[in-house]
Design a protein around this ligand. Structure first.
Ligand SMILES: *Cc1c(COP(=O)(O)O)cnc(C)c1O
Length: 717
């Protein structure tokens, strides 16, 4: 089977992929054979019925396998497969899904797209699916959504990232409420990925000059619909043990190791695509981690004889950069003493003039160092932030790089983020849209005219979907909290009480994201007595589900989690507030879809965009959020609630925003939710849901975002 897209299969991991598909197919009875192809292409996860077909193979094993379809086929007992092969309904579903896959892969390319010259999309993390946990949070999930959407639209693209053997950490809170991290080794050999071989049939080995030696990296291929994702992996037997560790974990603390990761991603990524015979027409650096790719391309042209200035300008013309970090500390910079041991041999092999590199890589104030965001801004011909507000913030922040220009003329624009609707909209909501919208909504979720048909959906039907999604979440909360209480070492009684937490009829609020200080989870525990009064209100109660990981080195954020957990035995709180561990792509879709209200309380202007609120919109959730990031451009009174954070010192902001939040919840949100007519439907609430989905659904879909990139940034200047 081909990979789709325009990449010649033999040179791009396609033959290795096909070999693995054939091997997997030998385990399947003939009527189930299409499952092998499906298992090796993640688009099963967003094709209709895909998730259910694999889950129905063996629901318990599905859970245990972290929803990994390859492992499912390898591990499902042969007699069970034989029985399923005789089940006509199941066989028909498998056949239909296989046809859906073929039709999907055969779709025409996006109009005007150049065949054979994909966009290379480089990112340090990719959140494609929960079975492949090589992402930490929003940046990776966005990157996964971009690949899926490019595939949907037929925009030729290849992804380039790192294959982290131990992924991101798993989270447990101990009895003291302190976060503990642990890592597990991912079984790549049982995941839907294949090692790319070179012309000699052995695994391709990319050489990355690093730490004064040559480190080898292998390349894994993952099919994301029509987009191949290539992941570099230094866990190669021929490497020294310390080098095998380079790609072990995401965002390691050690600075040399981190810089080495960026070199594997940028320099190695560039060399990997060359070895695969792929010649991208545009290189998109998604965040600065991949910036060394542009330097490697510059180097390569100079080595081929191009004058350095001409070569640099040529690289600029086809390099696009998206910045995501409005927090100064998040923009990493390395001192020369840190750079030289890691990258010195590569930078000083006589190809590039070191002073020319130093000028590109200097800090915004000209200080000599490797500052990754300024480097990316100087070497990319086009740069954007991730929301309108963030564009403004980024122009002000990086104004020193263009001191002669007015701040409005700083060449950083914006493309507001979006989310992949088929991934983030829960099945019951998709079914509702299937029933009332023209079928084309699945292919063109960014067309507002299609969402206008939501006007035809009866209030009762929309409300019924909301009730169902909330009930699913409550069931999950009960299961998950019982297990996590036991694992933490709580008493058996307290764990058993988890079966009674939450109520499927109660207004459900959600707050889930990385626990970074600027996201201000702390506001929720700023006034515990007031929170208690809101939760326990006699007629208008609320319940809150919270999730999120603190960075392993961020003790301040861990302290916030601990303060939150310290309240758990208070009367009334244990049954109305739940913290769920291990916020990831397994938990997020269900959690977000089930919440009636999605909370977001960043300290402005640090929320570059935020995407979880968009995912909530797709499921009929309403937003209560500080006006920052995407919400600053999406908010109006008819679709949700906004908090204007005052321009003041942090303590004043916190006090104001916490009070504003609780006032809104008490006086606006809860009354609207509980105001029911004779049929039990909250008419005004449903009206808001409809307005929110209709207006924000198409606008904050990733189809709108990727089309904007294609039109405005992926065209060569
Ligand atoms: C969407 C998502 C995020 C990002 O959420 P924000 O609102 O942007 O902070 C983080 N983690 C996971 C697992 C997600 O799905």
């Amino acid at each position: 089977m081909g990979l789709g897209g325009d990449v010649p299969a033999a040179a791009s991991g396609g033959s290795d992929h096909d070999r693995h598909v054939r091997a997997l197919a030998t385990r399947l009875p003939a009527p189930l054979a299409p499952l092998a192809r499906l298992a090796f292409n993640y688009c099963w996860a967003w094709l209709p019925d895909g998730r259910r077909v694999f889950a129905d193979l063996d629901p318990e094993l599905w859970r245990q396998s972290c929803c990994n379809p390859r492992f499912m086929i390898e591990a499902t007992a042969p007699d069970r497969l034989a029985r399923l092969a005789e089940d006509e309904t199941f066989v028909r579903r498998v056949a239909a899904l296989g046809e859906r896959l073929d039709a999907y892969l055969a779709r025409p390319p996006l109009a005007g797209e150049e065949a054979g010259r994909p966009v290379a999309y480089l990112c340090a993390e990719f959140g494609v699916h929960c079975s492949l946990p090589i992402y930490a949070g929003g940046l990776g999930v966005l990157a996964g959504d971009v690949l899926k959407t490019a595939s949907d639209l037929g925009l030729p693209m290849v992804g380039v990232g790192l294959a982290y053997r131990e992924g991101y950490f798993r989270q447990r809170l101990d009895l003291d409420g302190w976060q503990r991290e642990y890592w597990t080794r991912l079984a790549f050999e049982h995941l839907p990925m294949s090692l790319v071989s070179g012309p000699d049939g052995r695994p391709l080995a990319i050489r990355v000059p690093l730490l004064g030696r040559e480190v080898l990296a292998r390349v894994w291929h993952v099919a994301v619909g029509r987009v191949p994702l290539y992941l570099l992996d230094t866990d190669v037997p021929d490497n020294a043990p310390v080098d095998r560790w380079i790609t072990a974990r995401l965002y390691v603390g050690d600075r040399s190791l981190r810089l080495a990761q960026y070199a594997v991603l940028g320099v190695g990524g560039c060399r990997a695509l060359a070895a695969l015979g792929i010649e991208p027409r545009v290189w998109h650096l998604n965040e600065g981690h991949a910036a060394l790719a542009a330097v490697e391309r510059w180097r390569r042209r100079v080595a081929e004889g191009m004058p350095p200035d001409v070569a640099r300008d040529a690289v600029r013309r086809d390099t696009v950069f998206t910045t995501h970090t409005p927090v100064a500390a998040g923009n990493e910079a390395y001192r020369r003493e840190e750079v030289d041991p890691v990258l010195g041999a590569w930078l000083e092999d006589g190809t590039l003039d070191r002073t020319a590199f130093d000028a590109l890589a200097a800090g915004a104030d000209g200080a000599p160092m490797l500052a990754i965001t300024p480097l990316a801004l100087r070497i990319a011909g086009r740069a954007v932030g991730v929301s309108r507000r963030h564009g403004e913030v980024a122009r002000a922040m990086w104004h020193p790089l263009w001191p002669d220009r007015d701040v409005r003329e700083v060449p950083i624009g914006h493309v507001t983020n979006g989310v992949h609707v088929a991934t983030w909209m829960a099945e019951p909501m998709q079914a509702l849209l299937d029933a009332y919208l023209p079928a084309r909504w699945r292919d063109e979720p960014d067309d507002p005219a299609l969402w206008d048909r939501l006007a035809d959906v009866p209030d009762e039907a929309l409300w019924e979907v909301r009730r169902r999604l909330r009930a699913d979440l409550v069931a999950h909360v009960r299961d998950a909290s019982a297990v996590s209480r036991l694992a933490r070492g709580e008493s058996y009684d307290y764990a058993e009480a988890a079966a009674r937490v939450f109520d499927p009829g109660v207004l459900t609020l959600g707050f889930a994201r990385r626990v970074a200080t600027y996201k201000r989870l702390a506001l929720l525990v700023a006034d515990v007595d007031r929170v208690l009064a809101l939760l326990a209100h006699a007629d208008r109660p609320m319940q809150v589900v919270i999730a999120g990981k603190a960075h392993p080195k961020d003790d301040e954020a861990k302290g916030v989690l601990q303060r939150l957990l310290a309240e758990r035995y208070r009367a009334g709180l244990g049954s109305r507030v739940v913290f769920l561990e291990d916020y990831d792509l397994h938990l997020a879709p269900r959690l977000i879809a089930g919440c009636d209200v999605w909370l977001n309380l960043p300290r402005p202007p640090f929320e570059a965009s935020g995407t979880s609120g968009m995912k909530s919109v797709m499921n009929g959730g309403l937003q209560v959020s500080v006006l920052d990031g995407w919400w600053a451009e999406a908010f109006d009174e008819e679709v949700g609630w906004g908090i204007h954070s005052p321009d003041a010192d942090p303590a004043t902001q916190d006090a104001h925003d916490a009070a504003a939040l609780f006032d809104l919840l008490e006086h606006a949100v809860a009354p609207a939710f509980y105001e029911r007519d004779a049929a039990g439907v909250p008419r005004a609430w449903v009206r808001r849901i409809r307005a929110s989905m209709r207006r924000l659904g198409p606008r904050f879909s990733s189809a709108r975002m990727v089309r904007e990139y294609a039109r405005a940034l992926y065209t060569r200047s």
